[in-house]
Design a protein around this ligand. Structure first.
Ligand SMILES: [Zn+2]
Length: 386
């Protein structure tokens, strides 16, 4: 219900925003696999994403709902797409790092192709989409850092507060200045700003194009919006999409003893994609999204690097999107199938009367309840009936 209200607001505010980016009235939509909404073969922009989101919602109203979880530093909406009809939510996010906007293109193109397949054959690559989307809903924030993406794609002149941005350290190896930018427009790395392993982030101490954790955990509107959303929307798994390395982090999570599906998730993704296991170094693994959600919610969380390594640290070539899409096209359905197999989460946390989260482990439920002044664990212990 909340999302319907939010969707209405988004729809009307987006109409205003879109009036400046649309060069022509919306064309009538023709269904069919040869007519994708999303074009990922060009630098995928915030404006294109917003336009595509509304088109996808209007093409598949029974499947796709749009909303926003908050706003960026420059006031861009942080788009949320809910895709599916199932109770078990899976959180997917992309483009937390500006130059890695291909991850936003990947998520939007995936949504487009899966929705098309659902409404035509009902299957995708052998996966039973109807069965999966009856049990699972993907909650997708494709572009966590829209201001950064705008900076990378359109340059310094496209920034609102140039005085402030000009003070942020740029990449000394990047002659263009902003093509290798990862941070938000306050020079905070949005994948280092979460309240986890905070003391480890000592290397970069001032606002920078990359790796500055910020003055405090969740100091940025983008990370605060993600954390607030997750605090009141119980998700069963979390995947953060990045761009470099054709591999995944989080496979070695010691907490997976509580969710053994992580292991099958990882091995199936590796088999389907050819991706490899990647390992964080201790001096760069602070304040990351995936570690934060694992630590808070005790559920599977992976960081997936979609693209091959390139010799430059710039955005992956847009025209080479097929190379990105082909190996990764089934990943989210593998995650969904494994989430469907996950065990019950009997420890439920409420804030006053509002359900917040359920956990498979009492200590984690109590720790989470403690963060909320008035929350209490209403149900403790596994259900006696099963
Ligand atoms: Zn990244």
């Amino acid at each position: 219900m909340m999302i319907a209200g939010i969707a209405a607001i988004l729809f009307f505010t987006s109409l205003f925003a879109l009036s400046s980016v649309l060069h022509a009235p919306l064309a009538p939509v023709v269904d069919g696999p040869d007519n994708p909404v999303v074009d990922p073969y060009h630098a995928y922009s915030f404006e294109a994403m917003m336009e595509d989101a509304l088109l996808l919602q209007s093409r598949y109203p029974e499947l796709i709902r749009t909303g926003r979880i908050g706003e960026s530093v420059e006031g861009r909406p942080l788009l949320l797409l809910e895709f599916g009809l199932g109770e078990r939510k899976i959180f997917l996010n992309g483009a937390a790092h500006a130059r890695e906007y291909v991850s936003a293109a990947y998520l939007m193109y995936m949504l487009d192709r899966y929705a098309d397949a659902y409404s035509t054959e009902g299957t995708w690559d052998g996966y039973d989409l109807k069965r999966i989307l009856d049990q699972v809903t993907f909650c997708i924030v494709p572009m966590v850092n829209p201001d950064g993406v705008n900076l990378v794609q359109n340059g310094f002149a496209a920034v609102k507060d140039r005085d402030a941005v000009s003070l942020i350290a740029t990449d000394p190896d990047d002659p263009t200045g902003y093509a290798s930018w990862k941070a938000n427009l306050r020079g905070v790395d949005l994948n280092r700003n979460y309240p986890v392993n905070w003391s480890a982030g000592k290397k970069v101490t001032v606002p920078s194009f990359s790796l500055f954790k910020g003055a405090a955990p969740l100091s940025e509107p983008e990370t605060k919006a993600v954390a607030n959303y997750l605090n009141t929307s119980m998700c069963w798994a979390f995947i953060s999409f990045h761009s470099m390395g054709e591999g995944l982090y989080g496979w070695d999570d010691p907490r997976a003893v509580y969710y053994p599906q992580l292991h099958s998730m990882v091995s199936r993704i590796m088999k389907a994609s050819g991706f490899v296991k990647l390992t964080d170094t201790a001096d760069t693994s602070y304040g990351t999204f995936a570690e934060y959600v694992r630590d808070t919610f005790l559920k599977p969380a992976l960081t997936i690097e979609l693209c091959p390594y390139t010799d430059k640290t710039y955005s992956y070539p847009d025209e080479d999107f097929d190379r990105v899409w082909r190996p990764a096209k089934d990943i989210c359905l593998i995650v969904a199938e494994e989430v469907i197999k996950m065990g019950d989460q009997p420890y439920r946390v409420y804030q006053n009367e509002t359900f917040l989260h359920a956990f498979c482990n009492k200590a984690y439920a109590l720790a989470y309840a403690k963060q909320w002044a008035n929350s209490k664990v209403l149900y403790e212990g596994p259900p006696s009936s099963s």
